[in-house]
Design a protein around this ligand. Structure first.
Ligand code: SAM
Ligand code: DTB
Ligand code: SF4
Length: 338
């Protein structure tokens, strides 16, 4: 009898522990549930996305982030979409890292045009420790202008992420790019786990995570759902989620990729919004090709950030005047700086 009484609390404790374990290991978004969102009728999907969006954001405000390539071309990685890979002849000339002063000048111009975030990108597999000396100076100077800072420099070691955090970097961008099942069709020089490891170091260092992917590379809808599930199941999910549409560049293996139905791109934005309701979902590369109507649908689907300025890293982006005109037609405004 006494043994039964004594055993009971242990059993209850064990059961609680089990429930906690289940609760922490259960994926927030199983891929099948994400795929079910993709399969909703378009209007139902957009309605749900717009509701999620309005719960957390002003639906008429968009964050304006400007990109700058601080080290262009000559990258040793073989990412099949990328004009900066040295594996492909895209006509791009590799350049040295920009001087700190030039970066500050570009950041000042971005701020004057209304950007609130400035993202510095480098065509590296991973930075060398000595490269980070200059990047630290850039981060400090850009931050001093009152801009939010973001960097995308490839894979990071834990100590490198810490250095960037100590320099005052706000966000680190490192994309998962696609679902694990499709990833190896696009890149062979680093694997999915390498990317997850870098994201772990970034989070551990206290940086905010900017992580998304590319659609339109020939993946299936299930792969798109797989990518969004991976992002939404990061714990916590990224603060910033760039959804890029492939910019097909001559000379890359994806140059002749068949075009994705633009409404499928809008669906991807909507599913990202529903599964990561508090994230900044960025309508990223490919806006020039998508045109005004599809971009307007992306805003309706919950996109609330764009790359702003006539260049992405090396390819084109809509002109600032064109973006201002579209936002004006939609009654939207750029997010104000703090
Ligand atoms: N080298 C670093 C890296 O890959 O982590 C940082 C720069 S890299 C250009 C940043 C991201 O840009 C890639 O992960 C990819 O998602 C996106 N990107 C590159 N080329 C693209 C293209 N042609 N179309 C759409 N997105 C692209
Ligand atoms: C992201 O997700 N997209 C940006 C940024 N992060 C670095 C880069 C887009 C690159 C598009 C092709 C190019 O201009 O190189
Ligand atoms: Fe290099 Fe980044 Fe381009 Fe891949 S995406 S080839 S890592 S610059």
């Amino acid at each position: 009898m006494s043994s039964t009484v004594a055993a009971q609390p242990i059993t209850v404790h064990a059961a609680r522990k089990k429930i906690t374990e289940v609760a922490t290991t259960r994926e927030a978004w199983p891929a099948a549930e994400v795929l079910a969102l993709f399969e909703l009728p378009f209007n139902d999907l957009l309605w749900r996305a717009q509701q999620a969006h309005r719960e957390h954001f002003n639906p008429n405000e968009v964050e304006l982030a400007t990109l700058l390539s601080i080290k262009t071309g000559g990258c040793p990685e073989d990412c099949g979409y990328c004009p900066q890979s040295s594996h492909y002849d895209t006509g791009l000339t590799a350049q040295k890292m920009m001087a700190v002063d030039e970066v500050i000048e570009a950041a000042r111009a971005a701020k004057d045009s209304g950007a609130t975030r400035f993202c510095m990108g480098a065509a590296w597999r991973s930075p060398k420790d000595r490269d980070l000396d200059a990047v630290e100076d850039m981060v400090k100077a850009v931050k001093a202008l009152g801009l939010e800072t973001c960097a995308t420099l490839g894979m990071l070691k834990a100590a490198q992420a810490k250095r960037l955090a100590d320099a005052g970097l706000d966000y680190y961008n490192h994309n998962l790019d696609s679902a694990p099942e499709f990833y190896q069709d696009i890149i062979s020089t680093r694997d999915y786990q390498d990317r997850l490891d870098t994201l772990g170091h970034v989070r551990e260092a206290g940086l905010k995570v900017c992580c998304g992917g590319i659609v339109g590379m020939g993946e299936t809808r299930a792969h798109r759902a797989g990518l969004i599930a991976q992002l939404a199941n990061l714990n916590p999910y990224p603060e910033s989620v760039p959804i890029n549409h492939l910019v097909a560049v001559e000379g890359t293996p994806l140059a002749d990729q068949e075009k994705l139905d633009p409404l499928e791109f809008v669906r991807t934005i909507a599913v990202a919004r529903i599964t990561m309701p508090k994230a900044r979902v960025r309508l990223s590369a490919g806006r020039r090709e998508l045109g005004d109507g599809v971009q307007a649908l992306c805003y309706l689907a919950g996109a609330n950030s764009i790359f702003y300025g006539d260049k992405l890293l090396v390819t084109g982006n809509p002109e600032v005047e064109q973006d201002r005109a579209l936002l004006g037609r939609l009654g939207m405004q750029g997010k104000q700086g703090s």
